[in-house]
Design a protein around this ligand. Structure first.
Ligand code: SF4
Length: 570
């Protein structure tokens, strides 16, 4: 046995399971097995108002930690007591331990935020089970303990819980079930239509209704008839935290308390933002950042991304990498399997072609019938491509048709036009803006994939090449038309960009610093735009959709849903 982990070999697979289950996780398991799995096995957590408030309510009991043994336990109270019970298989932190004064009989008290529920027994099962597990640990440590108290902070009510035979057996059964789930390494299915999901802080990670809907659709042979818009919207439409961009030489990023400040050498402090309101920091060109700022950002899980002045992604500073190793193992397995890789590649390419078609159908005044029909056919062909080479050919053919028509989306009175797609370097302003936007979108996808737990460098369609974020490039395909191309069209059609925004060099065209700021502002507007999700029917920002797609991909790799459902608008 190594450390406090033992290697369990069962069901033909090896899975490492901790010797001791935290009593809090047992409570989560009783509430929802999937919730416990995501938190404990996958190591993912997301604060909600409830969980943050819960921590706040615990602050008093956690402020003082006591250690106690039966021999020395004479005081009436001990707070925030850490105990282990190897035989029971539980580790726990007891908020408050009350004794009877002679050091023998003890009562654990567990603090819960909120009101005491008006139900028989006075407390929900997860709370009763957690307390009972604590009671079993206390017994193993030599104490007499046959009851506990749940203390509800808001209603200031103490609810006694007797550790009777039924509750003790239920607690034991749950410990055994949880251990089996951990050994099997199989995420339990989402709850069906459960009100528990309404307040669950992990709903955006778990996607209960989305996964259940996709499973239902798969069972109906892919039909979504009668299912559109049927599900609840459990995730917020948009992130509260926003990216920060610092563009250009002569800027310094510093931290002062909980505030991130941006200073200009010439103008002094130019901007500031609360650290908790920032999702990522993007530095373009020779921007300085202080070490305390980088460390604080890393501790908060906020990535700092470095770009050249021209927008090339140079690198990233992040805190510890995502704990979900299992997901990365699945990703590598799938990437090594041509057939499975192809199934994902087909979906993303078909989704992208469909979105190209929709963008033209919605914005091209002439409604070019031939173009729309060809893109429709190519999207269908992509879905059925027999191999990666064939798929590449279909994508190339669709790009030629699409870019051949893109000029029709720019207003005729516009001083800019588009003939064909060119890059490295782009030869005209439209291509310069497209290249810049694609790089920003690739960066966004890169950060999203990292946050979900993927390795952004290993893809299923784009093959590995040193330094190429292949998975980010795969996953951005669906979003190129509606995020990048659409932003470009708006910027030119609304005349936000003029010829003063571009610099003609000997070999191509590049954007001025001012133009880059305008392009990023346009991109941010688009990312925050709320749309109706084409499958799930709720309103959601593009930025949130990126994360939903990455999470759905992870559910495919774990076999929860069979086909990757590309994001494609109608
Ligand atoms: S959202 Fe629902 S199914 Fe998912 S973890 Fe939370 S409670 Fe469980």
């Amino acid at each position: 046995m190594a450390g406090d982990w033992l290697v369990a070999e069962n069901l033909g697979s090896k899975a490492e399971v901790p010797d001791l289950i935290p009593a809090r996780m047992l409570s989560e398991f009783a509430y929802c097995p999937r919730l416990c799995y995501i938190e404990w096995i996958d190591g993912e957590f997301q604060d909600s108002e409830d969980t943050a408030d819960g921590r706040y309510q615990h602050r008093r009991v956690d402020s003082k930690e006591d250690t106690v043994s039966q021999d020395e336990f004479e005081s009436v109270h001990a707070r925030s007591l850490f105990l282990t019970g190897p035989k029971v298989g539980i580790t726990c932190r007891i908020d408050l331990l009350e004794g009877d004064g002679d050091g023998e009989k003890v009562t654990p008290v567990d603090y819960k935020r909120g009101e005491a529920p008006d139900i028989p027994g006075g407390a929900y099962e997860p709370d009763r089970v957690q307390l009972c597990a604590q009671g079993q640990v206390l017994k193993e440590n030599g104490f007499q303990c046959d009851r506990g108290i749940v203390y509800f902070v808001r209603s200031k009510k103490r609810v006694p819980i007797a550790f009777d035979k039924t509750l003790v057996q239920r607690t034991k059964d749950l410990i055994s079930d949880l251990r089996k789930v951990a050994e099997k390494r199989e995420m339990p299915p989402p709850l069906q239509d459960s009100p528990k999901c309404n307040r669950c802080s992990l709903a955006g990670i778990c996607l209960p209704d989305e996964v259940n809907l996709l499973k239902e659709m798969e069972a109906k042979g892919g039909s979504e008839k009668g299912l559109f818009g049927k599900i609840r919207k459990l995730l917020p439409s948009r992130d509260d935290a926003m990216p920060v961009y610092v563009i250009g030489h002569g800027h310094t990023v510093r931290k002062k308390g909980d505030i991130l400040e941006i200073w200009s050498r010439d103008e002094g402090k130019v901007k500031e933002a609360r650290l908790r309101e920032i999702s990522q920091v993007n530095l373009y060109g020779a921007v300085d950042i202080s070490t305390p700022a980088v460390i604080d950002l890393m501790q908060r899980g906020i990535p700092v991304l470095y770009f050249t002045r021209g927008g090339w992604f140079q690198g990233i500073s992040t805190g510890h990498t995502h704990k979900n190793v299992e997901l990365r193992m699945r990703q590598f397995e799938w990437a090594m399997d041509r057939k499975r890789s192809l199934s994902i590649a087909r979906a993303v390419v078909a989704g992208k072609i469909k979105n190209c078609r929709t963008l033209i159908r919605r914005n091209d005044a002439e409604q070019p019938k031939q173009v729309l029909e060809t893109l429709d056919k190519l999207s269908g062909d992509a879905k059925n491509a027999s191999n990666a080479e064939r798929l590449l050919g279909i994508e190339g053919a669709a790009a030629e048709v699409y870019f051949g028509r893109l000029n029709g989306l720019l207003k005729s009175e516009n001083e800019f036009s588009f003939e064909n797609r060119n890059r490295r370097p782009p030869k005209d302003p439209v291509n310069a803006v497209l290249s810049y936007l694609y790089a920003v979108l690739a960066k966004e996808m890169f950060v999203t994939l990292l946050a979900v737990g993927f390795d952004p460098y290993l893809g299923f369609y784009h093959r590995p090449r040193y330094g190429r974020p292949a998975l980010a490039l795969d996953m951005m395909e669906e979003f190129r038309p509606f995020v990048a191309d659409s932003t470009m069209i708006t910027l030119f059609n609304k005349r936000e960009l003029t010829d003063k925004d571009f610099i003609q060099t000997g070999i191509g065209v590049s954007l001025t610093s001012k133009a880059k700021k305008k392009v990023i502002a346009g991109y941010e507007r688009q990312m925050e735009t709320e749309i109706t999700h084409p499958l799930f029917g709720y309103t959601v920002s593009y930025r949130r959709v990126l994360e939903v797609q990455a999470r759905l991909l992870s559910r495919v790799l774990f076999g929860e849903i069979k086909e990757y459902p590309a994001f494609s608008r109608r």
